[in-house]
Design a protein around this ligand. Structure first.
Ligand code: FUB
Length: 298
């Protein structure tokens, strides 16, 4: 089955881009629902970052996650010792599910890893950062970002390790990557329904800050019809010093904050470590094979 996701969906947003075992995987929010009221997660995979296969459902709230039924948003994934951990937002809690394959099936851990209201701000938008020494961190939040050490089981956090971070521009989608001795914190500013939704960046010499703000990394290009560029993830292409940033934008030409599409652009680290502003390009990712019935655009 071949189609363009820019035409009539399916729509995906909030991409978490990772590489496992020589293949790329995208874990997104299933979009195209007024109010982002999806209850299902899919995974896409690719061997070249250009053509993507949709493997279909990997987790469904209610059926696979008994403690939540709505707002399946903004997942992230990590691998440890041959197991794959899938972190997801569900009704303003963060959950975690485990599988022996990146494409699932994922088994929910039974309860939120971060319950709603345990910390300041909304409990949404998990990301995982694994440092060079193997220490893994869970990052999440809306209006207040939180950084916490994941315990060895990857199914729980150390509550004593939680560091909060507030900034006037921080809305959501905090993400950390490291190149050399520099840690980069990137996040989304403004509302995902607003054309001005965009990504900012900061640096530190430690994974939980303090952070020095560095400016805007990615923003709309309205002259090309590109709006609301945000909720990203950043990946180093394994075995190289090439980096990419996956993000969403309003689907072109007629998308909005509930009809978003995925884009992957190069991310350039300049000599000295500064990030070059991302030049948003016109083409969304291409789905060449899909397991999805054509019923997602509600
Ligand atoms: O996709 C639902 C929500 O919209 C996400 O949790 C936010 O980051 C924003 O992209």
């Amino acid at each position: 089955m071949n189609w363009s996701p820019a035409s009539a969906g399916p729509y995906y947003a909030d991409p978490s881009l990772v590489a496992f075992g020589g293949r790329f995987y995208l874990y997104p929010t299933t979009d195209g629902n007024e109010g982002w009221d999806s209850d299902v997660f899919h995974v896409l995979s690719s061997d070249d970052l250009a053509s993507w296969e949709d493997h279909g459902e990997i987790l469904r709230l209610g059926r696979d996650v008994p403690w939540a039924t709505r707002n399946a948003w903004a997942p992230a994934a990590a691998e440890k010792n041959g197991l794959y951990y899938f972190y997801f937002t569900a009704d303003d809690n963060i959950g975690v599910a485990v599988a022996s394959s990146p494409t699932g099936p994922f088994i929910d851990s039974g309860a939120p890893i971060v319950p709603s209201d345990a910390h300041l701000g909304r409990t949404i938008d998990p990301a995982v950062f694994t440092d060079f020494d193997g220490a893994a961190y869970l990052i999440w939040g809306n209006t207040v970002a939180h950084f916490a050490r994941l315990n060895d089981d990857m199914l729980s956090i150390d509550p004593a390790s939680v560091v909060d971070w507030e900034h006037p521009t921080f809305r959501e989608a905090a993400h950390i990557h490291r190149r050399g001795d520099t840690y980069y914190l990137t996040w989304s500013e403004n509302d995902t329904r607003d054309p001005s939704y965009r990504v900012r960046w900061a640096t530190s010499d430690a994974p939980t800050g303090p952070w020095q703000e560095r400016g805007v990394l990615l923003e709309q290009a309205p002259e090309r019809g590109i709006l609301a560029t945000g909720h990203h993830s950043i990946l180093r292409v394994p075995g190289t010093d090439d980096w990419v940033i996956a993000y969403h934008r309003f689907a072109v030409p007629d998308g909005d904050g509930f009809h978003r599409e995925l884009v992957i652009d190069p991310l350039i680290h300049l000599p000295g470590g500064a990030l070059a502003p991302v030049d948003p390009r016109a083409e969304p990712i291409r789905l060449t094979r899909s397991a999805i019935p054509e019923t997602l655009d509600t």
